[in-house]
Design a binder for this molecule. Structure first.
Ligand SMILES: [Zn+2]
Length: 243
């Protein structure tokens, strides 16, 4: 066992709670509690965690069980000046793809307050929706001393070192062609990426609606845990910085 496997559940919010339970069960069979959740403080401005005591308690319970909690944007959707290109590429879900530093910083600050209040500890880091970061977002991450961030190809410490490289294995449930291509990429990836020291696997609430995707997730994790130890993102940080 030489490598590390980092598994994560994206888009955790009150609106995805039932799907998160299904994903937690599906991932847990392979990685136990060694996984991360990416939490959206107010998904699409329709599912606020602030004030939702029941969901806050669930987040706290997951964090207490050792699940790493990342801040994942504020509302997830690019609700300001979305460019046509980013809309086309991400279906408008790249909230932080075009924010300036002031706006990115304000949203991060609001989000940290909501999530850290719920979990009773610091977040493990920040991961932008659709893995898209504007230059201003990069600056805001450094200003807030967030310990970790990742995009589709890289995991890094804002203002510091790159900790891992290599594509995230993930699935798309939005349309049949995307489903088909993501299944093919995952089938390839669980073999091709075995040579990487760190392999990341990311699942989304929509995945639970497609049985073929759930089967692919299961097969991918079953294969990867033979070569990569289920790990926490924080395990890659040489010395956890204090914020
Ligand atoms: Zn997301």
């Amino acid at each position: 066992m030489t490598g590390r496997l980092l598994a994560s559940i994206h888009d955790v919010s009150p609106r995805s709670e039932a799907a998160v339970d299904v994903l937690l069960n599906a991932l847990g069979r392979h990685v136990g509690q060694r996984l991360a959740m990416l939490v959206v403080p107010d998904h699409w401005n329709e599912a606020p965690i602030a004030g939702n005591r029941a969901f806050q308690a669930r987040l706290r319970g997951w964090a207490d069980a050792g699940i790493e909690m990342f801040l994942h944007g504020w509302c997830h959707r690019d609700d300001r000046q979305a460019t046509l290109a980013s809309r086309h590429m991400t279906a408008g879900e790249g909230e932080f793809s075009s924010l300036d530093a002031a706006e990115a910083s304000a949203r991060i600050e609001r989000g940290l307050a909501v999530v850290e209040d719920a979990i009773g500890r610091s977040v493990a880091g920040f991961i932008a929706p659709a893995w898209l970061y504007s230059e201003g977002t990069h600056q805001a991450l450094v200003a807030h001393k967030l310990p970790l961030a990742e995009d589709h190809m890289t995991l890094w410490q804002p203002g510091g070192a790159t900790l891992a490289r290599g594509p995230v294995i993930t699935w798309a449930s939005r349309s049949r062609p995307r489903i088909a291509s993501s299944l093919a990429v995952a089938a390839l990836g669980r073999y091709a990426l075995k040579l990487l020291p760190v392999v990341r696997v990311a699942v989304h609430p929509g995945d639970v609606t497609v049985p073929a995707i759930m089967a692919s997730i299961d097969a991918t994790l079953a294969r990867l845990v033979t070569s990569h130890a289920p790990s926490r993102y924080a395990d890659l940080v040489p010395q956890s910085p204090v914020r």
